[in-house]
Every structure is written in structure tokens, then in C-alpha cells.
Write a protein that binds this ligand. Structure first.
Ligand code: SF4
Ligand code: SF4
Length: 305
């Protein structure tokens, strides 16, 4: 099988997305649209043109290929996003590499070639490949195809997911996956809907089922100031994980707020909202100590998004 996949990017040599050195494949398209998302270009499953002003050398070549959608004024290049058809022609002539499409279509074979090229790093470090996004489970046939190829080559696989997907898909993909990172953004269903655009009923149900089925799951809470970093939400999350039925270790990773996505929002013509300051080292330490004392059977560690 050689399925087509909408991919936002492939990152090589990551040390933050699972054990060892990892290749991370970012699938495009997500059922959620979190107000703090730091990969806003991955939310839609269609490409948009990204413009990085600090790389633009004002050569004007993009205007010569697209007078309809691109113009310039004293402050630089302007893209009329109503008129842009995401054809990507401007990015091909851009001398400064200031223009690029946010995603592209790749075959599963092409993706697997990029994964297997890093196999010596996986062997040396105990690493592997992580499928992220967006939401990789939204393109399950292609994902299964690549997971099977990885299994044949003995490559460790990890999935980062929000789990807002049918249980049939989650259950099938879990058969071929070594480990999961599962986000638990908010326990309150109304707040979940307010900040991510969807409720959390299916997510909570899938977490409950997946923990019974799979023994290597790390739950992740991205700490968003003023949204989900209150003790009521965090305590409720720890207690929920503590009561899950299953044999796996109960691990929660609390992730420091990432407020560095402003330039990404600018590059796709969207408004960025900051939720506040990044937690300090000492705040994170205090939080971990507090949360680790709530339930004996849950281990809370820290990390970065
Ligand atoms: S992607 Fe195509 S339509 Fe959009 S600005 Fe570039 S050349 Fe014009
Ligand atoms: S082609 Fe690229 S570098 Fe030249 S003006 Fe357009 S965006 Fe800037």
C-alpha cells in the first residue's frame, strides 16, 4: 500500500518526543482547535502560505508571479488570503526562503524512507519514530501502513494524540504502537469546549478504554495560565488517572506553557493570544511535589511542549 498523507513537517533528531533520538512526523489536520495551539499551521487539513517577514529580502519576485494575491507597501509584502489559492508558486521563486506552504502531500513510502534513514540513531540511543500533528489518528490507513513497516524493521513507535477519534480507530492503531502520549487538557467539559472547540466526553471514554488495553501511556497536561493550571483541574486530573483500570504505570507529564508561537500565527495571518508567563523552574518543582502527593499510584514529572 502507498497511501497519500497530508504532512506538515518531519523533524529529525528530536529529544523531546519520547525515548532516545526520534524522528517526528507531524500529520496535518486536527479535530480540536485549542486557543493556545503552538502548531496553528497543523490545525486545518489544507495548506496555507506562510510568510516569515524576517527572512524577506524584498526582492519582489513573489509579486511578479502573483499580482492578484501579493502586493507590497512600505512595511513589506502583503498577502490577500481571500485571493490566495495556496498554489505555492510564490514559494518557488522566493530568494529569501520567506514563503513556504504549511503542509504537503507525501506517500507512506516517502515518509518511511525518511524514518528508516535515521535507523542508526534509533539503535544508538534507544529512540524511534513519533507520530504527532495535528492529529495523526485522523489519517489511520496511512498511519497503520507506516506503523507496520516500522514493526518489520524493529523501529520503536510512539503516538502523540488528543484521542478525539472513534474508538475503533484508536483500538486498531494501538495494536501496532509501542507507546502513547495522550493529552488531558481540561477535565471540565464546558471549559474544554470553550477552549478547544470540542467537548471531552469521547476523549475521556477513549482514555478509559485505552488504559485497559495498552500498558505504555504517558498523559500530558499542557499548563495554560488561567485556563487549566488551577489546582481544582489538576487535582481532578490526577485523581482520574489514579482510578483508571489497567496495568500500565500511571504517568503524568505537566508541560510548561509555550508562548513562542507568535511568529507562526503572524506567518499564516492569524491573531496570536498570549495566556501569560511561562512557569519558572521553582513553580514547576513546587507543582510536581504537590501533585505527586495527591495519589500514591500516580507519578508526575515535568517537561516542555
Ligand atoms: S500561494 Fe499561490 S495564490 Fe497564494 S500568494 Fe503564493 S502564488 Fe499567490
Ligand atoms: S520573493 Fe520572498 S524574499 Fe522576495 S519579496 Fe517575496 S517574500 Fe520577500
Amino acid at each position: 500500500m502507498d497511501e497519500k498523507v497530508r504532512v506538515s513537517k518531519i523533524v529529525h533528531g528530536s529529544l523531546e518526543d519520547g525515548k532516545g533520538i526520534r524522528t517526528v512526523v507531524f500529520f496535518a489536520g486536527c479535530p480540536l482547535s485549542c486557543k493556545w495551539c503552538h502548531n496553528p499551521e497543523c490545525i486545518e487539513k489544507k495548506p496555507v502560505i506562510m510568510y516569515l517577514k524576517n527572512k524577506c529580502i524584498l526582492c519582489g519576485k513573489c509579486i511578479s508571479v502573483c499580482k492578484d494575491a501579493i502586493s507590497s507597501d512600505a512595511s513589506g509584502i502583503k498577502i490577500d488570503r481571500e485571493k490566495c489559492t495556496s498554489c505555492g508558486e510564490c514559494s518557488k521563486v522566493c530568494l529569501g526562503e520567506a514563503l513556504s506552504l504549511s503542509q504537503s502531500e507525501m506517500t507512506t513510502d516517502e515518509i518511511f524512507s525518511e524514518i528508516i534513514a535515521d535507523i542508526s540513531y534509533y539503535k544508538y540511543s534507544g529512540g524511534g519514530v513519533t507520530f504527532s500533528g495535528g492529529e495523526c489518528l485522523r489519517q489511520p490507513d496511512a498511519l497503520k501502513d507506516i506503523l507496520l513497516s516500522c514493526k518489520k524493521e524493529g523501529i520503536n513507535t510512539c503516538i502523540e494524540t488528543c484521542l478525539d477519534i472513534s474508538w475503533e480507530t484508536v483500538s486498531e492503531i494501538a495494536e501496532y504502537t509501542d507507546s502513547f502520549f495522550v493529552d488531558i487538557k481540561l477535565m471540565d467539559r464546558n471549559k474544554h469546549k470553550e477552549y478547544t472547540n470540542v467537548g471531552n466526553a469521547r476523549i475521556i471514554e477513549n482514555i478509559t478504554k485505552l488504559f485497559k488495553k495498552h500498558s505504555d501511556i504517558t498523559f500530558r497536561i499542557p499548563l495554560i495560565p488561567g485556563v487549566n493550571d488551577d489546582m481544582a483541574n489538576l487535582e481532578q486530573t490526577v485523581k482520574f488517572v489514579s482510578l483508571l483500570e489497567g496495568n500500565g504505570e500511571r504517568r503524568i507529564e505537566v508541560l510548561r506553557y509555550n508562548n513562542l508561537a507568535e511568529s507562526k500565527y503572524e506567518s499564516i495571518g492569524k491573531k496570536f493570544t498570549s495566556f501569560g508567563e511561562v512557569q519558572s523552574d521553582s513553580d514547576m518543582e513546587k507543582l510536581k511535589i504537590y501533585l505527586n502527593n495527591i495519589c500514591d499510584n500516580v507519578k508526575v514529572v515535568g517537561g516542555n511542549i
